[in-house]
Write a protein of this length. Sequence first.
Length: 753
Amino acid sequence: MTTAQRSLDAKSALALVPWPANVELTDGEFTLTDTTVIVAYPEAADVAELLAARLRPATGFPLPIVREQTGEQAIAIDIAPDARAAGPSAEGYALQVTPTEVRVTATTAAGAFYGTQTLMQLFPPLIEASNRVLGPWVAPAVTISDAPRFSHRSVQVDVARSFLTPEEVKKVIDTMAMFKQNRLHLHLTDDQGWRIQITNDGKHPNDPVDYTRLTDISGKSAMLIDENGSWQQELGRHGYYTQAEYRDLVAYAAARHIVVIPEIDVPGHTNALLHAIPELNSEKSLPRPTRYGTAAEQNDGNVGRSALDVDNPQTWVSLRHIFSQLADMTSGEYLHMGGDEVKEMASADFERFIKKATDLIHDLGFKAMGWNEVAVAELNSGDSVHYWTGDKSATVDAARTKDVGVVVSQADCTYLDMKYDESTPLGLTWAGTGDVDKYYDWDPATVIEGLDEQHIVGVEAVTWAETIRGVSQAEFMIFPRAIAQAEVGWSPQHLRNVDDFLRRMAPIGARLQARGTNFYDGPRVQWDTFVIGSPQQIVMDEERVDIALLAAPGTETTADQTAVMPAEGNMAAGRAPQEPISGTINFGDGSEPVVATFLTERPRDSIHATGLYRVGAAHHFSKPGRYDVQLQLSDGRRVASQVEVQAAPARAESDGTSAVETPTLEIEHSHVRDDSRLLARACGFMPHSFVDVLWDEKPVGAVFTNAHGTTEVSHYVAYETPEGEHVLQLHSSNGGAAEARVTVNASASQASA
Ligand code: TNX
C-alpha cells in the first residue's frame, strides 16, 4: 500500500477532530487491557496522570504509571525537547499506535497532551463513560505527526451577564481540551456585573476607593430576563470569583494546556464599575449618576451607554490597581481590555483612552488585546486586535503597519450565542443563525481581506450570555460549534472539508454524552449510536437491573420507555437512528427473555440533548451468583454483560417519618435602599426546578434550585422604588411558596456589611 493510499484509508476509517496534519493507517490494532501500563518519561508524569484519569473509570483497569518500559502493551509518553519527530512546532506531537504499543512523542508537555487527546479519539466513544463498561478497547494502528495551524485556539465565555461557577467553567475547560483548544477568554466584567474579587491590598495610599465594593455590589447583579427570551424566564445568575477561586481556575486550565485570558472591558461596558465606585463617576462618565452619586444598575442587554471618564485621574489610579491585581493572577501574556461598543464617547477621547490603557498593560509587563474598535488607536508590535465586526481596514492597517496580531472572531462564523436556527430557544440572531457546518466552512486567512496569514494569531469562538443561564445551557450553545472552531484553528486548510468533517462528527455526540456534556444534537450530523455492556454488582432484592449503556444522540424514548426513537418536533433533534430501537434481555438464569426499558437521567427538552440511556429491566434473581446476561437490540446488535448477585443484607428499618420541608425565604437585610440588590436564600423547594420570583405580587422572572432544593435570589430593587414595605415572594409550580417582607428606605446601605 502506498502512503497516499494509507492516508486516504485513514480519512474514511478514523473519526479524528481536529483532523491531524499527517495520518497514516497501518496494520493491526492496539488493545488496552488490564495489564497495560503507562510509561511516563521525565516531565510526562502530569500528562500521563490526566490520561490515566480519563481511561480508568470506564475501563476499570489500574493503568499504573511507571518510569520504565518493561514489557509490551504499554502506552509510552515521551517529552524529549530535541525530538525531531514532533516537528518544529512546540505544540506538535507524533503518535504511533502498533499492535504492541502506543508511543506519544513531543517536545513539550502541551504536545504530549494533544497526542493523548488524539489517542482517546482512536478508542470507542464510550471509553469516556464515568462508570465501568465492557470493552474491548481497541485502537487502530496509525502513524500520526501533527501540529496546529494557529497558536490561539480559543473559546470565550461571558460570566458577566450571567455567572458560571468555577466548577461550571472547569466543565467547559474539560471539553475544550479534548479538541486541543488552548485559550479560554473570560469576559469578567460588563455593564451588568463584576465577577472578579479586587481587594484593597497594595492600593495607592491616597486612593480613596474601596475596591471590595466591586464584588459586594456588582457581584450581586446580573442580567434580568432578556427580551429575546431566557429559558423559563430565568434571571441572570449573579456571583463572583474570589482571588483564590480564580487562581485555582487558572491552574486547572493550565494543567490542561489552556491559558486563561482575562478581560476587563473598558472604557465602555463599565456600568457595573460605575454603579459600585462613586469616585469614578465624574464629568464625562456615562451614564450620569443618580442622586446617590453612582450610575444606576444596568440589567438589560443594551450596549453602548456606559463610558469611563478619560480625564478623571481616579480612572487611571483605579484601573492601574485593578489591572495589576489581575496581572498578578494571570499566567499568560495577554490582558484583554475590551474597548468595544463605546457609542457615546468622543472618538478623540476614546483613542486617548485606549493609548493610556495599552501603556498601562505594557507597564505591567503584558501584551494588550482589545476588540477591533481599538485598532484605530496606538498599539504596539505583539499586541492583538480581536476582530469581531464592522470596519476591517483599521485591523488590516494595524497588522501591517504596527505588526499587531489578529484574533479572528468574525461574528457570523464564530459567535456561539447566535441561534442554530430560528426555533432555538436560547440565543440572539443579529449575526445570523447556523449549525456546525456554517461554523466550520470558512477560512481565517480569507475572512479579513488584505490580512496576511502571518498576522493571524488564531480564532476564537465567543459565547455572550444575555440569554444563557448555567453551564448546561452554555454547553448547548457552545458544542458542537466550538468543535468545528477547534478544527478551523488546528487543521491545515487544504485538508479541511465540511462533508468529511460532518462524517467525523458522527461518533462525537456519543463521546460527549458519555462525559455528561450537553450539546445541540442537530440535524446536520448523522449521529452514530453506541451500545456497550455495563457490568453490575447488585443485591438480591434490587428491583431493576441495568445491563448496558446506550448512547443515541437525537433520540427520546416512547412513553413506556421500551423503545428509543428519533426525537420529533423538537429543536434538539438529530437524524439518527432512523428506526426505533427496542430490545430484549436474557438474564442468563434460565428465565424467559424480557423487554428492555431505556432510562435517562433527565427528560429531553429543546435545550437538553439527553439520549444516554441505561438499558435494563425489572428482574428478580432467585439465588446469588454470577450471571452472564445478554441484550439483543432490534437493530441486530447484541451485547453481553455480567451481573454479580449478592445475598441481600438485613434491611435497615425505616422509621417511616420522612421530613417534609416547607419552603422558606430568608432575606439578608430587612431594610434596603432603592437601586440596590436584595439577597435572599430560598430553601425547601423541589430540587432542580424553576421557582417564580414576584415583587409586590408582580412576576419578575424565575430562579433555578440546586440539588438540595435551595437557591440564592438576587432581586433588583429598582431606582426610585417608593419607600415603605414591599414583599418578595417565591412560587413554585408544584404549589410550594414562601415570602419575605422588606422595607425600602433611602438611608439603608447599598453594600452588604
Ligand atoms: C456584541 S461582540 C458585543 C457584546 C454583546 C454581543 C451579543 C462585542 C465585542 N460586543 O457586548 O454581548 O454583541 O451577541
